[in-house]
Design a protein around this ligand. Structure first.
Ligand code: PNS
Length: 160
């Protein structure tokens, strides 16, 4: 039986930190669905379609990665693609409480879906989409933080 996992997030936009988790997750599972979901506490900069296009572009060399979107609960999406695993990246202790809350809620909603954490590569432990947007907004150098397609898309967004 193929092992299928879901890597969920807002991906607004995808960074090298996300990409690192996706690449490493894709080595462990036969099929990895990267899914753009709605985080009700965030106001996205990029539309869902824009985020999807950027993720597709930067994961096109990974044959077992599929990119998708969903507007409902993560566990419902996981069930719809027969995934029994969720992958999340963990950067620092500060992520722990938030991740624990999401993981516990997902387990209450569907206990047959297990969440796995991948420790972020040290070089990306400070990295977040929010910090990248902040730097891009003021025209700072983000070339070591996001792939060039994403860098271009960010500069386009903040072009005056
Ligand atoms: O990248 P993010 O913003 O930390 O990802 C959070 C996300 C989108 C995975 C989370 O908000 C989510 O799962 N949203 C879908 C709605 C859902 O299933 N909520 C219940 C678990 S909190």
């Amino acid at each position: 039986m193929a092992s299928i996992a879901v890597c969920p997030g807002s991906f607004d936009p995808i960074t090298y930190g996300h990409l690192d988790i996706i690449r490493r997750g894709a080595k462990v599972f036969d099929q990895l669905y990267v899914v753009v979901l709605n985080n009700s506490s965030k106001q996205p900069l990029f539309s869902v379609d824009e985020r999807i296009d950027l993720i597709k572009e930067v994961t096109k060399d990974l044959p077992n990665v599929k990119v998708d979107e969903f507007s409902g609960l993560l566990v419902e999406y996981a069930q719809s693609v027969n995934a029994n695993a969720i992958i999340r990246g963990l950067r620092a202790v500060s992520d722990f409480e938030y991740e624990m809350q999401i993981t516990s809620m997902n387990r209450v909603l569907n206990e047959s879906i297990e969440t796995f954490f991948i420790m972020t590569n040290n070089q990306y432990s400070f990295l977040s989409s929010s910090i990248v947007k902040e730097v891009a907004k003021y025209d700072g150098n983000i070339s070591s933080l996001v792939p060039s397609t994403v860098e271009k898309a960010l500069h386009q967004k903040f072009k005056k």
